[in-house]
Design a protein around this ligand. Structure first.
Ligand code: B1M
Length: 233
């Protein structure tokens, strides 16, 4: 769907009501809980067409769904196969939304190398951060997931990056974020790059403890912090 021309703020007679939009957001979450990729895409399209912002569809629609699935998994009420199916539905739904977050025409000339650290294959949140960085004019080098620690430094050096961004969703792989900072120090490169960390188990306190320059709590916050550390705001 090409929704780039939709003026989401223009209210017309017959437009969906706030209640209908709330129902669509709930349906989005339910599609994840039901592991239904097709429905996740369908609801995403409907929600966008109803005028809901792509980021709102993700954060108020899909995220509560995947969070619920994560909680059930944590409590042993569902298992890895279901978690994988829910993640597939999450990716399908968020991809529809991300396609509606256009890349900025005006570029910032700031380069960000971003990936999920070694041992960690969670990349849904990182992909959302990448979309937001592109929408804000950053040149982004997404080096993927389960990325060896050295690769962050190699890529950042190769492209003369301003920022290294590391995502981690597991308490065990958070250590990789610290590892990259230690490696940067050992190589005498710590001053060359700003470092931002993010992912559900991380926090500002963690960023402070490992000597990162910033912590991003979500995609919007990540962009804000990267703008701050690169002197754009
Ligand atoms: Co996994 N998983 N998972 N998982 N998984 C968690 C993280 C977990 C909390 C679930 C739980 O038990 N409640 C738990 C971790 C527990 C812990 O470490 N203490 C867990 C586990 C245990 C595991 C496995 C070990 C399970 C197993 O194999 N037995 C395994 C690990 C595999 C590995 O990585 N080696 C595993 C696997 C998987 C799937 C593959 C099935 C799938 C991931 C698919 C994928 O990403 N391609 C998956 C999923 C989907 C989840 C949950 C349910 C949802 C994660 C997600 O996508 N959230 C998760 C539970 C949860 O988080 N509540 C869970 C939505 C996303 C939009 O949010 O990623 O937080 P998030 O990103 C946000 C912010 O954090 C921030 O902005 C994003 C957008 O707002 N952000 C950044 C993220 N990165 C950033 C970087 C920045 C700045 C901001 O700067 C660089």
């Amino acid at each position: 769907m090409d929704g780039k021309d939709i003026d989401r703020n223009a209210v017309k007679e017959g437009d969906p009501t706030e209640k209908e939009q709330q129902e669509l957001l709930q349906e989005a979450g339910k599609a994840i809980i039901d592991y239904d990729s097709g429905r996740a895409e369908e609801v995403a399209n409907k929600a966008l067409a109803s005028g809901i912002e792509p980021y709102t569809v993700i954060t108020e629609g899909f995220v509560p769904g995947i969070t619920k699935v994560g909680d059930l998994f944590d409590r042993g009420q569902l298992f890895l196969p279901e978690l994988i199916l829910a993640a597939d539905a999450m990716k399908a739904g968020t991809a529809v939304c991300q396609a509606e977050i256009p890349e900025a025409e005006v570029k910032t000339a700031k380069k960000v190398v971003i990936g999920t650290v070694e041992g960690d294959i969670h990349d849904i949140g990182k992909a959302i951060v990448v979309s937001f960085l592109l929408a804000n004019g950053f040149e982004v080098y997404d080096i993927g997931r389960d990325v060896p620690l050295e690769k962050f430094i190699e890529k950042a050096t190769e492209v003369k990056a301003d920022v290294i961004g590391m995502s981690a969703l597991l308490t065990t792989t958070m250590e990789g974020q610290k590892g990259v900072i230690l490696k940067l120090r050992e190589a005498g490169l710590r001053d060359k790059f700003k470092v931002i960390v993010g992912g559900a188990p991380t926090s500002q306190a963690w960023a402070n403890r490992i000597g990162a320059d910033a912590y991003g709590g979500n995609a919007v916050d990540a962009v804000k912090k990267i703008k701050e550390v690169t002197g754009l705001s």
